[in-house]
Design a protein around this ligand. Structure first.
Ligand code: CMP
Length: 171
């Protein structure tokens, strides 16, 4: 009798585990996300596009949209409008319009966090060893890359640069 109960409980646990695996229905699984990445004018000028992209791909992020654009003052100002009024805003707009940038939609598990870890701190002097900003950026204002910081920002930023048909989902 006791043995049969144990067997029933074990069978139920096994079935639940199997169903969870098949449906991917688990609270702990990382969320599939998209994020916007910009390779800024300094990194483009220094020919670091390929090396930066390689870091994304080697760390499990996939590119689902990509283009090179040269922003005008209005576009750069609008993109960074959240910083309007801050002391660095004018220089930021000037820098972001100083040359072409590569904009990318990156997708993958926890893409927003992963991208920001790969980028490192905003100020390259404070960025951890092995991060993109540590290796390719010269200063806080010329810091090689930008990455969205929240899912909400990521959605807005992706739509700022890409029409839905320009993104090829690779999940
Ligand atoms: P980014 O991640 O693109 O977001 C805003 C940008 O403002 C930031 O990277 C920096 O390049 C730039 N910036 C310039 N000066 C500062 C500063 N003092 N604090 C934060 N960001 C700055």
């Amino acid at each position: 009798m006791f043995n049969r109960s144990i067997f029933t409980v074990l069978a139920a646990v096994l079935a639940f585990t199997l169903i969870s695996c098949l449906t991917g229905d688990s609270d702990n699984r990382p969320s599939k996300e998209v994020t916007l990445s910009i390779i800024k004018p300094d990194a483009v000028e220094n020919n670091n596009i390929g090396e930066i992209i390689a870091r994304f791909e080697k760390n499990g992020l996939r590119i689902s949209g990509m283009k090179m654009v040269k922003l005008n003052e209005k576009e750069a100002g609008d993109f960074y409008s959240v910083h309007k009024g801050r002391p660095f805003y004018d220089d930021l707009v000037k820098f972001m319009t100083s040359g072409p940038v590569v904009v990318m939609v990156l997708e993958g598990d926890d893409a927003i966090k992963k991208n920001r870890e790969l980028m490192g701190a905003t100020d390259p002097e404070k960025a951890a060893a092995g991060t993109i900003r540590k290796d390719f950026a010269k200063s806080i204002s010329k810091n090689a890359v930008h990455g969205s910081d929240t899912p909400e920002t990521a959605e807005t930023e992706v739509l700022f640069f890409f029409k839905p048909e320009e993104i090829k989902n690779r999940f």
